[in-house]
Design a protein around this ligand. Structure first.
Ligand code: SF4
Ligand code: MG
Length: 338
């Protein structure tokens, strides 16, 4: 498949001002040199605890915040070289759905007005066909066409999220970034919305970048998974490899947090302790070493690179000094985390 989105050495450092003169005294390294590619028609999920740089990555891709450094290539266009107007036109192909659908809906506009506006700005559906398209979109996301004349506050959270999806779909995008798009919904509604998104993907050849803190939620929708920790990618691979053959202790910890893990697969459970350290002063060496049960002196000094061992398949890579020895049992936990 064709490469649709290519991220290279992306960095997003936010300056921290301080002192009497308001100088930059430090930086929050929210995203610190990450690279990955998404192919057309794929669903890729970016997972990690909050504060790991997932949303920042999503926002940088859409240039809601311009990144500090790196390259973002979308559909053979260098997004970072576009001016404001060109970037606005690009939004037709590149949409985002937020956890809080209020963020993308104007409270003073009816749903019909919002959808109309989106289609008008992007000039995607001729005016005389827009009402038909709105009715179709409402039905597609499981709402009644006449409900389009209501205001956002007249809907429940789940319904509003469906409207957010309808709005994103109304312009026929190529890629949708879903930033915790289903996290706030009840489990049953979550499943409905995920199924809807899956259906649209097949019908419209959509590509998704899912941002989520819960691996369980994205399991059935993802082709590939990228795990981030403190601004770095620590593991990436196809969904099967990540679930059945996780290599990084952090990925194993995230998997251990899923309420009902795979009963057939015995994965050593790792329970995370403490919070993610501040991205202003990320730990030296492997950033996970302050919480990793397998950490050694070497981990505190040397940063591991993403690489693959001979038993890993399909582009599966992870960044841990000891992944092979942990796999074979040659490297045992150095701390108790049970
Ligand atoms: Fe843990 Fe060391 Fe591997 Fe980092 S490199 S994940 S600290 S064992
Ligand atoms: Mg977030």
């Amino acid at each position: 498949n064709k490469e649709l989105l290519k991220i290279k050495n992306l960095k997003q450092y936010f300056p921290i001002k301080g002192g009497v003169f308001g100088r930059t005294v430090n930086h929050v390294k929210a995203v610190d040199d990450i690279s990955f590619t998404i192919y057309e028609g794929e669903t890729v999920s970016l997972v990690g605890e909050s504060g790991c740089g997932k949303s920042t990555t999503g926002r940088a891709i859409l240039r809601l915040d311009d990144p500090t450094a790196g390259e973002v290539e979308f559909d053979n266009t260098d997004l970072l070289s576009l001016n404001k107007k060109e970037m606005r036109q690009m939004r037709k192909d590149l949409q985002i759905i937020f956890q809080d659908p209020y963020a993308s809906l104007n409270p003073r506009m009816t749903v019909r007005q919002s959808l109309n506006e989106a289609m008008e700005i992007q000039n995607v559906v001729p005016q005389d066909q827009r009402n038909d398209r709105i009715a179709e979109l409402m039905e597609t996301v499981g709402l009644q066409p006449h409900q389009a004349d209501r205001f956002p506050h007249e809907f429940s959270g789940g319904q509003r999220q469906r409207i957010g999806i309808a709005r994103a779909l109304s312009v026929n995008p190529k890629l949708i970034v879903c930033d915790e798009a289903v996290s706030a919904l009840d489990v049953s509604i979550q499943a409905q919305v995920l199924n809807l998104l899956k259906k649209f993907q097949e019908e419209m050849n959509l590509t998704y970048l899912f941002i989520a803190h819960d691996l369980g939620v994205v399991r059935h929708i993802s082709d590939r998974i990228i795990v981030m920790y403190l601004g770095k990618i620590v593991e990436m691979g196809d969904t099967k490899s990540i679930f059945e053959n996780p290599q990084h202790p952090y990925t194993k910890a995230l998997l251990s947090a899923i309420p009902v893990p795979d009963p057939e697969k015995k994965i050593d459970r790792i329970f995370l302790q403490g919070d993610v350290p501040s991205p202003m002063d990320p730990p030296q060496g492997c950033r996970f070493h302050t919480r990793c049960p397998f950490a050694t002196e070497k981990c505190a000094q040397e940063a591991p690179e993403l690489r693959e061992e001979d038993y890993m398949e399909n582009g599966h890579v992870a960044a841990c000094h000891y992944m092979k020895d942990i796999e074979t049992g040659a490297h045992q936990p150095t701390k108790d985390t049970t």
